[in-house]
Design a protein. Sequence first.
Length: 139
Amino acid sequence: MAIAGFGFTTIEVDRKPMKDGKISISNNVAITNVDETELHLGKEKQKALRFIFEFTSKYDPNVGHISIGGELLFIEETKKVQEILDQWKKEKKVPQEVMTHILNNILNKCNILALILSREVNLPAPIPLPKVEIGKPNK
């Protein structure tokens, strides 16, 4: 089980006039499609799966949004590739161990890009950033 490639296909960022009050941010990632592809590795051909995804950060009240689309290429044994593809076609589901690996990889890349994009258009960071709290010294 390995990630063979990753790429962004769409990036959209929109900021509207800011409003007073608290802003809540919700992030979501969804796999919108899974299909089979072939990778040419030297003289060999390797069957792989292409996971099409969409990552979104929504700001409430509606002061902006971030939308990132892309694809991830996943290599697995031919038999396992076919099993995953069949399950996707039948139920729109992927085995949990595969989905965990795929989603963690997507989130790692998209969260970083969303953080950079939010800074560029002056939106609050879509993920909580660490904060330093200085307490009173113990006596």
